[in-house]
Write a protein that binds this ligand. Structure first.
Ligand code: ADP
Ligand code: MG
Ligand code: MG
Length: 879
């Protein structure tokens, strides 16, 4: 035993710290996104302040150690601190020329604003005087120290930010200072005393004077912040694994708040809203970076820097060009200028709107930066939803009440709410709400998730609200000066208007317009760049994409979006139309078959006209028409509303305690064959008529729902064939939905009666899991997701393990008897990227989804094909 222990102890100790200029094997997983960026930039020769990264390994060790720093970490940090002192020629805690650092978190995946950063660490009562002396700028030194106490107090000791902010506001008021920069060195010295008092009151201790102690506690605080509720919410929303952990970066401070030759800013290599190439960013003279990011002061456009700091500006442009060339992607950078010297503090792949992502990708192919495959693979299909977001109807009349920055495109109307909790509550309850705030912070994330849009009074294009809204694809208008909020009175004023919480507002994040009241919205169009990318993607994808559409309008829309057919045309909506419902009800109320047939005869021409219009809209493409699926009582009035005694009796007769599992689908068709006969007749006659008119035979597919047994489909196929013989030369396919577990298992038997299968994954999910969707969502399923019993809502993302396996069985067994069996999916999952990838892997012929999701499904299908072919090449090379 002892021998083994000695051997373990003799192994080289785990390494936890890397200098920015030391190459490491680890990459982003180990160093975090920020750390890897700083190291790569340093090694590229881009100016970056010196520093080092404590790895995510250290964070994981800390977490699994019950929040104790791992052995050896302290010693390693000491070593790297010494090296940093040598490089910078300054000493940590020195009373003459102190080394100051920032302590910054950074996980592998960028989590904007989620983790806390401490600036100016290393200052204490002595060092602040040293800093004042060496810089000859006492005001700057005091400002830096008070910021440290504030940030350290908040982040490390959890002191409420408002305590510090209030003290600052009071001081400004008493000195008649409009802005922070108007405070003098003496004012700030007073503020430091106040802050230290607050610190003592809140923690019972003095502000720590030992820089090394400051550093250790800061590192722990960063690790701890990985566990903070707001970080957890963010990770859950974006599927970021808990186990990643965060790295900590210790970076020599550079000062943008040293005077007029200094400043700080953020910049994008292309416009993150439109993708347009060119100068894009914001700049604040004589300020530290946090001022911009927090949206506290509204910054100037980057162009203002050209006049103020021309040399640093030139260098910035050159650096941005180099970074984009190196990363071959749009970058989002943070920089600071200290006495005319430029320093980069961060680079990352830029968050962008879908429109910007698409445009930049197409442009970069043109510039030779990336390949077409890269361009297709790079667009997030889920984000495409944004491009398909509503806009204000150009023909609507409205008046702009106020204007802000067009921070995230799309338009939304909703009721005004003034805090994140209400936004969450009312949003979850299904109301459309606009979150209206002075500015948002990461603590508002849960409200942002549920709001239809965000409006803020402060902050620029890179303020928290703007960045988060763009990421989520929600409309955001930021920095709306004309907005003022009275939280206590629950009202806002907007230009000349006063509005109460609950009043309706419309925002247009594409133009920055804020409008009182509701405005008509229209869906946007697919633009040329998206067409280009989708066109490239179409060359790689194997899956066809169809749409679910019940009306000729939807069919035409689907075709515009590139649908290659209709995968699901439901017929029940046609029964619901106002003028038809009485006939449908007469059919249901009929005492006998004869009465039913009479009503059905009346419905036949209507149904035929519906089909003709759809078949014509889809000329040349397949159309799958599903015969009546819902239980008949859905067409009758609810019992409480039924006045006629006869109707009441019928409603009671038809009532079921579990309609989802009741008399519906093919069971209806077998019980009242005349209904399906009428529908088949209408389809066949419509096909005949359209062919006569256009000379082209429509490709119709007649689909029977909810089949569980071969015998059901055998009988219904017989019915279909018999009726179709009335027009012998019309061609059609006869197939079935596969939406019951038994149908999957017995797919070989069922396939003998079917020309095609279409997976109805909504019902298949309900029946495989034993979840009725209406009783699950918003109830126990929500609880499951919150508690982590399930990671994903199986109605949104296919449950690959369970439902997916049933599908796999159905595919194998179905094709074992009929190799050419046509296979598709028409549940909502057909438009969800991960589920589309699974369908590709299963070897289905097509996915079918709602018309607006067709572009997304096309892209997801292309990406699935690219990923699979990449994997195949890799396997070939490796094997
Ligand atoms: P976040 O991820 O929230 O942006 P950062 O760690 O990037 O947090 O830092 C917050 C702000 O402080 C940024 O504006 C950044 O540029 C600035 N900053 C961080 N480290 C330094 C440093 N060493 N010198 C000057 N400014 C810094
Ligand atoms: Mg940053
Ligand atoms: Mg179904």
């Amino acid at each position: 035993m002892q021998g083994i222990c000695e051997k373990i102890l003799a192994l080289p100790a785990q390494r936890y710290v890397y200098d920015f200029d030391q190459p490491s094997e680890g990459g982003r997983e180990l160093l975090g996104g920020k750390g890897v960026g700083l190291a790569e930039m340093t090694q590229l020769g881009v100016p970056v302040p010196a520093g080092f990264t404590i790895t995510t390994d250290a964070c994981r060790a800390y977490m699994s150690n019950g929040k104790a720093l791992p052995d050896g970490l302290d010693g390693e940090v000491d070593e790297h601190l010494r090296a940093l002192e040598e490089k910078t020629g300054k000493r940590f805690g020195d009373a003459n020329d102190p080394l100051l650092v920032s302590v910054r978190s950074g996980a592998a995946v960028s989590m904007p604003g989620m983790m806390d950063t401490i600036l100016n660490l290393g200052l204490n009562d002595d060092a602040v005087q040293g800093l004042a002396r060496t810089t000859g700028n006492e005001r700057f030194a005091n400002d830096s120290y008070r910021r440290l106490i504030q940030m350290y107090g908040q982040v490390v000791d959890g002191i409420d930010a408002h305590r510090f902010e209030q003290a600052l506001t009071e001081l400004k008021k008493s000195r008649g200072a409009a802005q922070d920069v108007d405070l003098s060195a003496e004012d700030l010295a007073d503020l430091i005393d106040t802050y230290k008092r607050i610190y003592r009151e809140e923690t019972g201790r003095d502000f720590p004077q030992d820089p090394r102690e400051q550093l250790t506690r800061a590192v722990r605080a960063v690790f701890d912040s990985w566990d903070a509720p707001r970080a957890q919410v963010y990770r859950r929303t974006y599927d970021i694994p808990e186990s990643l952990g965060t790295a900590v970066n210790v970076v020599q401070m550079v000062f943008g708040n040293k005077g007029d030759e200094s400043g700080t800013g953020v910049a994008f290599t292309r416009d993150p809203s439109t993708g347009e190439q060119g100068l894009y960013g914001e700049f604040l003279a004589n300020a530290q970076g946090e001022d911009v990011v927090a949206g506290i002061r509204t910054p100037e456009p980057l162009a203002a820097m050209e006049k103020k700091l021309p040399r640093a500006f030139e260098q910035l442009l050159e650096t941005m060009r180099r970074l984009e060339e190196h990363y071959r992607d749009m970058q989002d950078i943070e920089f600071t200028v200290e006495d005319n010297e430029l320093y980069l503090l961060q680079t990352r792949s830029a968050k962008r709107t879908a429109a910007a992502g698409v445009k930049a990708a197409v442009d970069m192919v043109g510039e030779g930066l990336i390949s077409r495959e890269d361009a297709v693979a790079r667009i997030d299909p889920a984000q495409l939803d944004q491009l398909l977001h509503p806009m204000i109807d150009p023909t609507a009349e409205w008046e702009v009440a106020a204007k802000g920055l067009n921070a995230s495109p799309g338009a939304a109307s909703g009721k005004i709410v003034l805090d994140a909790d209400s936004a969450e509550q009312r949003g979850k309850a299904g109301e459309s709400v606009i979150l209206v705030r002075w500015e948002t912070t990461p603590d508002d994330i849960h409200g942002l998730i549920q709001a239809a849009g965000v409006l803020t009074a402060h902050g620029g294009m890179t303020s928290h609200a703007a960045v988060v809204a763009r990421g989520m694809g929600k409309p955001c208008v930021a920095g709306c000066d004309a907005l003022s909020i009275d939280l206590a009175g629950h009202t806002i004023t907007l230009g000349g208007h006063t509005l109460a919480e609950g009043d309706v507002l419309t925002i247009d994040g594409g133009t920055g317009a804020v409008i009182v009241g509701e405005v008509r919205l229209v869906p946007p169009q697919v633009n040329d760049d998206l067409e280009t990318i989708l066109g490239w993607g179409d060359e790689y994808r194997r899956l066809n994409v169809r749409a679910n559409a019940d009306t000729p309008e939807d069919a035409a829309k689907a075709r515009d979006f590139g649908a290659q057919g209709i995968g699901l045309c439901r017929t029940e909506h046609m029964f619901m139309a106002e003028e038809r419902l009485p006939v449908v009800r007469a059919m249901i109320m009929a005492e006998n078959e004869e009465g039913r047939r009479k009503a059905l005869d009346e419905l036949l021409p209507m149904q035929q006209a519906d089909f003709e219009a759809i078949l014509e809209a889809m000329a040349g493409l397949p159309v799958t028409i599903r015969l009546l699926d819902p239980p008949l009582h859905e067409f009758l009035p609810p019992l409480e509303e039924a006045k006629d005694e006869r109707v009441r009796r019928r409603v009671k007769q038809l009532q079921e305690s579990n309609p989802m599992l009741g008399t519906r689908g093919c069971r209806l068709g077998l019980q009242w064959p005349e209904i399906y006969e009428m529908q088949v007749r209408a389809i066949i006659r419509a096909a005949r008529a359209v062919e006569d008119r256009t000379g082209e035979a429509p490709l119709v597919e007649i689909m029977h729902p909810l089949v569980a047994f071969q015998e059901e489909l055998r009988r219904l196929r017989e019915l279909t064939v018999r009726v179709a013989e009335e027009a012998p030369d019309v061609e059609y396919l006869c197939g079935t939905m596969i939406e019951l577990p038994r149908a999957c298992i017995r797919a070989d038997e069922i396939a003998q009666q079917a020309d095609f299968f279409s997976f109805g994954t909504n019902d298949l999910t309900q029946t495989a899991l034993g979840f009725s969707r209406d009783d699950a969502e918003g109830k126990f399923l929500t609880q499951y997701l919150e508690d982590g019993v399930l990671q994903k809502n199986p109605f949104e993302t296919l449950d690959v393990g369970g439902v997916g396996d049933l599908m796999r069985i159905a595919v194998e067994r179905g094709r074992s008897v009929k190799p050419g069996l046509k296979l598709g999916i028409c549940g909502e999952h057909g438009g969800e990227p991960r589920s589309v990838a699974f369908c590709h892997e299963l070897g289905l012929d097509y996915v079918s989804c709602s018309p607006y999701r067709v572009p997304l499904a096309r892209l997801a299908a292309a990406q699935a094909a690219l990923a699979a072919s990449g994997a195949a090449e890799y396997a070939a090379a490796g094997g």
